[in-house]
Design a binder for this molecule. Structure first.
Ligand SMILES: Cc1cc2nc3c(=O)[nH]c(=O)nc-3n(C[C@H](O)[C@H](O)[C@H](O)COP(=O)(O)OP(=O)(O)OC[C@H]3O[C@@H](n4cnc5c(N)ncnc54)[C@H](O)[C@@H]3O)c2cc1C
Length: 512
C-alpha cells in the first residue's frame, strides 16, 4: 500500500462523487482511500472562484510512504497521587484539565460562571433587560469566553501543530463537524459550541473530574514559595487545597488579576490592540468579494484586511460572517463589544473588529505598573458605559468617519442594545483614532462596500493588556507550583492558542 498527496482545483459545490472521480483519474486507479488535508477558497479571480484542495491518497499502485503522524504524548503519572486545581473553565482550563486527568492526576476545575444552559438563559435575560449577571454573560462560565462566539479555530501560532491536532480531535469526538480538521479558516459556530463544550465537560466528570460552577476564587493561601490552597465563594464556598494550581482565568476578570498581583505574582504590561466593531450587510460583502450574492457550497464571504497607516497599522480581526455583535461587558459598569455567529453563518449582517496596536504606557506617557494598566483600561471600558449609563453604544457610519462628518441617522444593526449616533473620536486617544480612521479609508478602497458599514462600541479584548513573568518550567514567578496559562497569562490569544497553552502547561506539570 502506497501513499501520495495531490492538489485538486474543485468547483465550490463539488460532490463527493466528483471528488472520487477526479482522484481516480489522477492516480489511474479505482481502489483507494483518501482524506482531505487542507481546503481553501481561492476567490482571486471572480470569474473562477474554486476550492484548492490538498488530498492524501492511499492505494496499492502508489509508491510513496505513508506519512508519520506525531501524536501528543501524555506521561502516565497514575500512582503519584497528586491533585491539580484549575481556575477557569475556558479553552485553556478545559484542555489543561483534560491532559492532567489523562496523566492520572486528580483534577478540580473552579469556574465563577454558570454551566452553558443556565448561562444561555442569563444572556437572553441580559439582552432583554440590560441587567448584568456576574455568573452569566459572554465572558464567564462553562467554555469561557469562547462558548458564545463564532468559534473560529484559526491560530497564527506556528509551534502548536501536535496540540492543535489533539484539540481538533477532542472537538470532533464531542460532535464538531469533521471539516474543522482541514479548512483553512475552520469554525464551529456558537450553536455547536453550546453542545460540544458540555459534552467534553460531561466526559471529564464521568472520568472522575470535578467541576464547580458559580464558584469564584477570591483568596490565595501561600506557604513560602508555594500555593497551598485557594479560597472559593459562591456555589461552592470553602478552601480547596492541591499540589499544583493552574490559573486559566482569561483576561476579562480584572478582579482575579488584582488578587494574583496582590499575592506577589509578577506581571508586566504588554502591547495589545483596541478599536471598534464594524458591521455590514453580508450580501453586500458577498457581492463585493464574489461579484454575486451567494456562492453554492460556501456559507458567506469572509475578509481579513490590513492597512499600513504610516505611522502604524490597523487590521480587521475576529470577523463573524453572518453573525451578530454582542455586548460582552465583563461587569455591570463597562461596555465592550465582540462578535458571534452560528455554524450556518446565515445571518443578515457580518461584523468584524477594526483595531490598531495600543500600549497603555504610550497612552499614559509613562511607565505603568500592571495593576495600574488594568485601571487605565477599565477606565476606557467604563467611559463607553458612562456614555449613556447603559449598554447602548456610540456608533457612526464609516462613510461619515472617513469624511469627518457627524452621523445623524444609523442603519439597522444586529446589536441587541441601541446604537446611538456619536463622534467616536471622543472615546479614543487621538493617534489611535487617526490610525483607525486611516484603516477604514484603506479598507474602503480594498472592498467597495466597506464604506456602507457602521462602526460601533469598544473592542478592547483582542488579547491581554498584561503578561505574567513565566519561568522556563512555565511556573509563574515567584511561585514553584503556580501556573498561569491561556489568554490571561498574556502568552496566547483566541480559542486554539489558549487551549494549546493549557495543554503545554499541563504536560510540563505531568512530566516534571
Ligand atoms: C463574544 C466573543 C467571541 C469570540 N470569538 C472568538 C472566536 O471566534 N475565535 C477565537 O479564537 N476566539 C474568540 N474569542 C476569544 C476567545 O474566546 C478567548 O481567546 C478564549 O476563550 C481564551 O481562553 P481562556 O481559556 O484563556 O480564557 P477564557 O475563555 O476567558 O476563560 C476564563 C474563565 O475563567 C473564569 N474565571 C475568571 N476569574 C475567575 C475566578 N476568580 N474564579 C473562577 N473562575 C474564574 C471565567 O469565568 C472564564 O470562564 C471570543 C471572545 C468573545 C467574548
Amino acid at each position: 500500500m502506497g501513499y501520495a498527496e495531490i492538489t485538486l482545483k474543485l468547483p465550490t459545490d463539488y460532490s463527493e462523487k466528483l471528488l472520487k472521480k477526479l482522484i481516480s483519474k489522477e492516480i489511474s486507479d479505482e481502489n483507494f482511500s483518501f482524506h482531505i488535508i487542507r481546503r481553501s477558497l481561492d476567490a482571486r479571480n471572480k470569474r473562477d472562484i474554486h476550492f484548492l484542495t490538498k488530498i492524501g491518497i492511499t492505494a496499492d499502485n502508489l509508491s510513496g510512504n505513508l506519512p508519520i503522524i506525531k501524536k501528543l504524548e501524555i506521561p502516565d503519572r497514575r500512582g503519584i497521587n497528586k491533585k491539580a486545581v484549575v481556575t477557569g473553565c475556558g479553552p485553556a482550563g478545559i484542555f489543561a484539565a483534560l491532559i492532567l486527568q489523562k496523566a492520572g492526576f486528580s483534577v478540580t476545575i473552579i469556574e465563577k460562571g454558570s454551566g452553558v444552559a443556565k448561562r444561555k438563559e442569563k444572556i437572553d435575560e441580559f439582552e432583554k433587560t440590560g441587567i448584568f449577571d456576574r455568573f452569566g454573560g459572554y465572558c464567564f462560565g462553562e467554555g469561557g469566553a469562547g462558548t458564545f462566539s463564532d468559534g473560529k479555530l484559526t491560530s497564527r501560532t506556528k509551534t502548536i501543530s501536535i496540540e492543535k491536532d489533539f484539540i481538533f480531535d477532542t472537538f470532533i469526538k464531542a460532535g464538531a463537524p469533521e471539516e474543522i480538521a482541514y479548512e483553512t479558516y475552520p469554525h464551529l459556530g456558537s450553536d455547536n459550541l453550546k453542545k460540544i463544550i458540555p459534552a467534553i465537560i460531561s466526559d471529564f466528570r464521568d472520568c472522575g473530574g470535578e467541576v464547580l460552577f458559580e464558584s469564584e476564587v477570591t483568596e490565595i493561601f501561600k506557604n513560602g514559595d508555594r500555593i497551598r490552597a485557594v479560597g472559593v465563594s459562591g456555589g461552592h464556598t470553602g478552601t480547596i487545597d492541591g499540589d499544583f494550581f493552574i490559573f486559566a482565568n482569561g483576561h476579562s476578570s480584572f478582579k482575579l488579576y488584582k488578587l494574583l498581583i496582590s499575592n506577589g505574582v509578577l506581571f508586566t504590561t504588554k502591547p495589545f490592540a483596541i478599536g471598534f466593531r464594524v458591521e455590514h450587510i453580508q450580501e453586500e460583502l458577498n457581492r463585493s468579494m464574489w461579484r454575486r450574492p451567494s456562492l453554492p457550497g460556501v456559507k458567506a464571504a469572509e475578509y481579513h484586511l490590513t492597512a499600513d497607516c504610516n505611522p502604524g497599522h490597523a487590521f480587521t480581526f475576529c470577523m463573524c460572517p453572518g453573525g451578530k455583535i454582542v455586548q460582552s461587558a465583563p461587569d455591570g459598569i463597562s461596555s465592550v463589544v465582540n462578535g458571534m455567529s452560528n455554524y450556518a453563518r446565515n445571518g443578515f449582517f457580518a461584523n468584524s473588529a477594526v483595531v490598531t496596536p495600543f500600549s497603555l504606557e504610550e497612552a499614559a506617557g509613562r511607565e505603568v505598573a500592571a495593576g495600574n494598566a488594568l485601571d487605565l483600561l477599565e477606565e476606557m471600558e467604563h467611559n463607553f458605559y458612562n456614555f449613556r449609563k447603559s449598554f447602548d453604544i456610540p456608533a457612526a457610519r464609516i462613510s461619515d468617519i472617513i469624511r469627518g462628518r457627524t452621523t445623524s441617522k444609523l442603519p439597522e444593526s444586529s446589536f441587541s442594545f441601541n446604537l446611538v449616533p456619536a463622534d467616536l473620536s471622543d472615546f479614543f486617544p487621538k493617534n489611535v483614532y487617526e490610525r483607525l480612521k486611516t484603516g477604514l479609508e484603506i479598507f474602503s478602497k480594498k472592498l467597495d462596500c466597506f464604506e456602507n458599514g457602521t462602526a460601533m462600541g469598544f473592542e478592547s479584548k483582542t488579547s491581554a493588556p498584561i503578561k505574567c513573568l513565566r519561568n522556563q518550567d512555565l511556573t509563574a514567578a515567584p511561585f514553584k507550583n503556580l501556573y498561569i496559562c491561556g489568554e490571561g497569562s498574556g502568552y496566547s490569544g483566541g480559542i486554539v492558542s489558549s487551549a494549546a497553552d493549557g495543554i503545554k502547561t499541563a504536560l510540563k506539570i505531568a512530566s516534571d
